[in-house]
Design a protein around this ligand. Structure first.
Ligand SMILES: Cc1cc2nc3c(=O)[nH]c(=O)nc-3n(C[C@H](O)[C@H](O)[C@H](O)COP(=O)(O)OP(=O)(O)OC[C@H]3O[C@@H](n4cnc5c(N)ncnc54)[C@H](O)[C@@H]3O)c2cc1C
Length: 310
């Protein structure tokens, strides 16, 4: 971490490129890195190939007062049309080591934050474990699943996590799982999740597979999976379903620019081709205003905004 103390004459982006060769891209368009395919470019995208380079990047950003953002698979992220200032981190799956430890009662699976959620499900199946079925079919990375406490009515990610590995400008270390709630985990400010350790029991593997098949089949029938989207737009307000509220407000199929409230599920917005973040946020604002006005319920976005918006 001595690198951060170096006095350097160049702009910090150029210094980063020299310090982390091959791991830094400037003016990188982020739409291809997000499932809804919307938004501007990152001033600097860093893809750290090792724990050390991640800590170096965090240290340099801290020393220079640059904001740091983390992007997983971008399955729950809306990037602003004006792009993202500071450093955007995207962790490759291979940066942190995967570990599997099995015992009589089950297994402990340690999965890299940049790996896909599907990797956890694959490891569970490979080792004849059960208990994370509800994550099958949820797109994203382990880092995103932990941060968002991803899940369904059948379970939530953090209920299976027994330890988290976090990186800050000071280094990388393991911590006990923080507190969490519906679609939110209380991570320390500025911490980057680098690995999560899951404890899963042995159990009925056939029943586990059947539950996953049923879940994935249900998704295919009810969600607009063939169009770019970011999953549920709003969290379900207590006692309500956001989709039902928006549908009741008459907005199913409503379009702004090239963004549409899905005709299949009203709590989803799809990109019909060339949608801007402005199109998407305009639709979201319309849904919030109509639902509040007509039904007296406040809709809270589930999607995370990243960067600068018009
Ligand atoms: C088709 C579809 C279906 C979906 N179904 C579900 C569902 O059933 N249940 C559900 O809960 N969600 C669902 N989602 C939303 C999404 O899959 C989850 O929120 C998922 O956990 C997002 O992971 P990600 O890696 O894409 O996160 P991103 O969208 O990239 O990031 C989300 C947040 O996590 C932060 N983050 C990501 N990685 C890290 C890290 N390593 N360290 C610190 N912060 C980090 C980001 O900064 C951001 O704030 C769905 C989305 C889609 C597109």
């Amino acid at each position: 971490m001595n690198a951060v103390a170096v006095i350097h004459p160049q702009p910090v982006e150029a210094w980063l490129e020299r310090l982390l060769p091959g791991e830094v891209k400037r003016d990188e368009p982020l739409a291809p890195w997000c499932t809804v395919r919307v938004g501007g470019s990152a001033d600097v995208l860093v893809r750290p190939q090792s724990p050390d380079t991640l800590v170096t990047a965090l240290g340099l950003a801290k020393a220079e007062g640059l904001p740091v953002w983390v992007l997983g698979l971008g399955a729950n992220t809306l990037v602003g049309d004006l792009g993202v200032r500071g450093l955007t981190l995207k962790l490759p799956a291979s940066t942190f080591r995967e570990e599997v430890a099995l015992d009589e009662g089950g297994g402990t699976l340690t999965v890299s934050a940049g790996a896909s959620i599907a990797r956890l499900v694959t490891l569970m199946k490979q080792h004849r474990l059960v208990g994370a079925e509800f994550l099958a079919g949820v797109p994203g990375t382990i880092g995103g699943a932990v941060t968002m406490n991803a899940g369904t009515k059948h379970g939530e990610c953090m209920s299976r996590v027994v330890a988290l590995e976090l990186a800050t400008a000071d280094g990388v270390g393991w911590v006990d799982p923080p507190t969490y709630r519906y679609r939110h985990t209380d991570l320390p400010a500025g911490a980057v999740v680098t690995r999560a350790r899951f404890r899963l029991p042995v159990g009925d593997v056939a029943a586990s597979q059947a539950a996953m098949d049923a879940d994935v089949g249900y998704r295919k029938r009810t969600q607009p999976l063939s169009q770019p989207n970011f999953g549920s737009v709003f969290t379900n307000p207590p006692g309500h379903h956001a989709g039902a509220l928006i549908e009741k407000a008459g907005l199913k199929g409503h379009t702004v620019g090239a963004a549409q409230i899905s005709t299949l599920h009203a709590n989803w917005i799809v990109n019909l081709g060339g949608a801007t973040a402005h199109d998407v946020t305009s639709l979201m604002a319309l849904a919030q205003a109509r639902v509040l006005e007509q039904q007296g319920v406040t809709l809270t976005p589930e999607v995370k905004r990243l960067g600068d918006f018009r």
